[in-house]
Design a protein. Structure first.
Length: 289
């Protein structure tokens, strides 16, 4: 009995040791693959930046696009990718959609960046790209509207971060409650009047902050935006049939994605709500929350 028990104990120990070694080897292999992937991405980034510095726009575009295809998301990468496309236009080697892809890179860099200087540089570069698009549209006799801007509500919500709006909401709620208590429980007329004034001021602040908190949260969780990367994205219906009187969306325009059905995407551009081919758009990447 004792020898049988010892054999079972030895077998259990061997199995446990085997499982531990298998897990350790798998973990080591995974870490090795991650290290190789990081080194590969770093080498590719160095190649891309060197090509950009040397003025080899085509090589730079290919390298930056390879980084994007492999899931590299970074404000600097997006900005440099926009520069590569803009450089290709500048040196006369432009390919269709380069201005739109440059605009998309700068828009993405501006959204992803936490560095005010980089965001400012991306904004200035974006103005230059869209100015060139507008110039070309004027020469072609088309509408020059390239960036209608965001709606008033979305622009107001974007003035502050979601956490800031939430803090204002909490502050307004506390002030409103204190004002009501002072008005109802105050022993003097002066205290009741002061409480009414505080509640009256806090109520609209609370409503505004609550609405903006809800709006910024909805944008964070559900908003998808893209940039038009073709010379003119012609409006279609959801079946992909071109709308005869539809006004083409300008290259480089930033649009909100409303719905996606197969090869067609429904977008909102200013007051225009229409379907366009999905291939005419490039979505703006968002940082992981």
């Amino acid at each position: 009995m004792r020898s049988s028990s010892r054999r079972r104990t030895s077998i259990r120990r061997l199995v446990s040791l085997s499982l531990f070694l298998t897990f350790a080897l798998a973990l080591g292999a995974d870490r090795s693959l991650q290290a190789q992937e990081e080194a590969s991405l770093q080498d590719l980034f160095l190649q891309a930046t060197k090509a950009l510095r040397d003025g080899r726009a085509g090589d730079a575009v290919a390298a930056f696009e390879s980084l994007a295809d492999r899931g590299a998301i970074d404000a600097t990468l997006s900005y440099d990718r926009g520069l590569a496309y803009a450089l290709r236009v500048h040196i006369g080697a432009e390919q269709p959609g380069d201005l739109g892809r440059a605009a998309q890179g700068f828009e993405e860099a501006r959204d992803l960046s936490r560095d005010p200087r980089l965001a400012d540089d991306a904004g200035r570069a974006l103005i230059l790209v869209r100015s060139e698009v507008a110039r070309r549209r004027v020469l072609a006799g088309d509408s020059v509207e390239v960036d209608p801007g965001r709606s008033l509500g979305r622009a107001l919500a974007g003035m502050l971060a979601e956490d800031t709006w939430a803090a204002l909401c909490a502050t307004g709620s506390l002030a409103f409650a204190m004002g009501l208590f002072a008005r109802w429980l105050g022993r003097s007329a002066r205290a009741r009047i002061a409480g009414g004034v505080v509640a009256g001021v806090a109520a609209p602040l609370l409503l505004l902050a609550a609405a903006m908190t809800s709006a910024t949260r909805a944008d964070r969780l559900g908003l998808r935006e893209a940039v038009v990367v073709t010379a003119g994205a012609r409006p279609t219906d959801e079946r992909g049939i071109t709308v005869p009187a539809g006004r083409p969306l300008p290259e480089g325009a930033r649009v909100e994605i409303v719905d996606v059905r197969g090869a067609q995407t429904r977008v909102r551009f200013g007051t225009l709500d229409t379907w366009v081919p999905a291939g005419a758009l490039r979505e703006i990447a968002r940082a992981d929350e």
